[in-house]
Design a protein around this ligand. Structure first.
Ligand code: GAP
Length: 449
């Protein structure tokens, strides 16, 4: 456990030093559980959400996307039951005033000081604010605690404008806010976070089939698209007693995070079979008909829904943890972020061997920049520049040397195999295009050419 906690410390420190994640408001002492993504972090985060969007929306004909408001009509949350039920039971220590979730402590004794704990009280998890100039009861609104509920509230509009019939899905990525009582483990649990959610509407008879389909499909995304190591992931079906009263089944995709308690796994995403609970709740709350025509029977039915609900921050943290490695080379430690090419924030670094070659090497940058995020780095020894790029996960370093002036060739170095090939500048875009879509090591790729 010691070693794994060390890994977490390294990731937190690397995140700040290299510009992946900073604490929000750090110069003022820091705002707890709010995080700012830096220049590399924002690229990595966008890559995650864009890969998800491609997988879940653009590459399929049966899922459409939406982008709904964060400040949501209060009746959406009244109908869904959040206003009444979305809270945690809390206990306070009468002696040291520490606060705990009631289900996280045993008995009525404070785990910090041994003092007596209060009776549990409910603590609302939704962030409340006021809409408009008056701060009264009538102007209270809430920041959404999940991105899916506005999907149910917009169901009728989306069906009408897209002329959908079952089965089909509606997806959304975006911010969600929860006034969590305990926040810890860096970006794993925060009060402002981002979700990637998809609601797949099916005929009730088809629920089991689609539930199994989405559990497998979502697990495959982590391994096949993001390149996460299989042995660090697992599926955890919920036990009967864990299920919400409306849920027919729920399976979590979990990652072996270094900090998680118990058996060491923490939740990344939940796939839930939610029956017709949400649509029925929004129908009852609004008085509007959200039923849909079942083409087979010609009758109107309330579809069942399978939900896939994942967190961007948790995926981001997992990606960094899974990719981090240290290697000993000639007595020196090389730190590598072995990110998949699709995830890497920078795809190639252009490194002139000497400052004197900067102007000519810019030609290489100009060639590549329209196609990929690249970086031009001229400061420090070439070895240092290689190391810097290994640490941020850049798959390829392209060196422009004095010979390049004569033969118009550059050297491409592979981050993982450390192999190098020399290639004509005029072929660079074509070669990079093929490398970016191939899993092969640079040497194998060259031999195959
Ligand atoms: N619509 C269902 C729903 O929101 P959830 O299990 O509460 O389900 C789904 O949340 C996912 O959102 C989680 O698996 C996790 O990845 C992410 N998530 C939830 N609360 C979070 C928090 N406080 N900080 C970071 N991510 C969170």
């Amino acid at each position: 456990m010691q070693a794994t906690n060390d890994l977490m410390k390294k990731i937190v420190s690397l995140s700040k030093r290299l510009g992946f994640v900073y604490q929000s408001g750090e110069i003022h002492g820091g705002l707890q559980a709010a995080w700012d993504y830096g220049p590399l972090g924002v690229e990595l985060k966008k890559n995650i959400t864009e890969l998800w969007w491609h997988e879940m929306v653009r590459s399929r004909g049966d899922v459409v996307g939406v982008d709904t408001a964060i400040i949501t009509h209060t009746d959406v949350w009244r109908s869904s039951g959040h206003l009444k039920n979305f809270h945690d039971p809390l206990v306070d220590c009468k002696k040291c005033h520490s606060r705990f979730r009631a289900d996280h402590v045993e008995g009525s004794v404070c785990p910090n000081c041994g003092g007596e704990l209060t009776e549990p009280r409910n603590f609302g998890l939704m962030f409340k604010t006021f809409m408009g100039p008056l701060e009264d009861e009538g102007s209270i609104v809430y920041l959404r605690p999940e991105t899916c509920q506005p999907i149910f509230a917009q169901f009728q509009n989306i069906v009408t404008s897209t002329r959908r019939s079952l089965p089909f899905g509606i997806a959304q990525t975006g911010k969600a806010f929860r006034n969590e009582i305990t926040v810890r483990n860096f970006i794993f649990r925060s009060r402002e976070f981002e979700q990637m959610e998809m609601e797949y509407f099916v005929h009730p008879d088809q629920m089991d089939k689609w539930y199994k389909y989405w559990v497998q499909k979502r697990l495959d995304w982590y391994t096949d698209v993001l390149g996460i190591k299989k042995e660090n992931l697992r599926l955890r079906p919920h036990e009967e007693k864990e299920l919400a009263h409306y849920a027919a089944g729920c399976t979590d995709i979990e990652y072996r995070f270094p900090f998680a308690g118990g058996d060491g796994y923490g939740e990344l995403e939940g796939i839930a079979s939610r029956t017709d609970y949400d649509l029925t709740a929004q129908m009852e709350g609004s008085g509007k008909d959200l039923k849909i025509l079942d083409k087979e029977t010609g009758k109107k039915i309330t579809p069942y829904v399978i939900e896939t609900s994942g967190g961007v921050g948790r995926t981001f943290l997992m990606v960094l943890l899974d990719a981090y490695r240290e290697e000993e080379i000639e007595g020196k430690t090389r730190v590598v972020l072995g990110l998949s090419k699709k995830l890497a924030p920078v795809k190639a670094a252009i490194l002139p061997l000497s400052k004197k070659l900067s102007e000519q090497a810019r030609e290489v940058e100009d060639l590549l920049r329209p196609h990929w995020p690249v970086l031009f780095d001229v400061t420090g020894s070439i070895g240092k520049r290689y190391r810097r790029n290994d640490e941020i996960g850049t798959p390829y370093c392209i060196t422009f040397d004095f010979d390049s002036l004569e033969d118009r060739k550059v050297t491409i170095r592979d981050r993982d195999s450390l192999e190098q090939i020399r290639i004509e500048i005029d072929r660079l875009v074509e070669v990079m295009s093929r490398l970016m879509t191939s899993d092969m090591a640079l040497g194998d790729w060259e031999r195959q050419e």
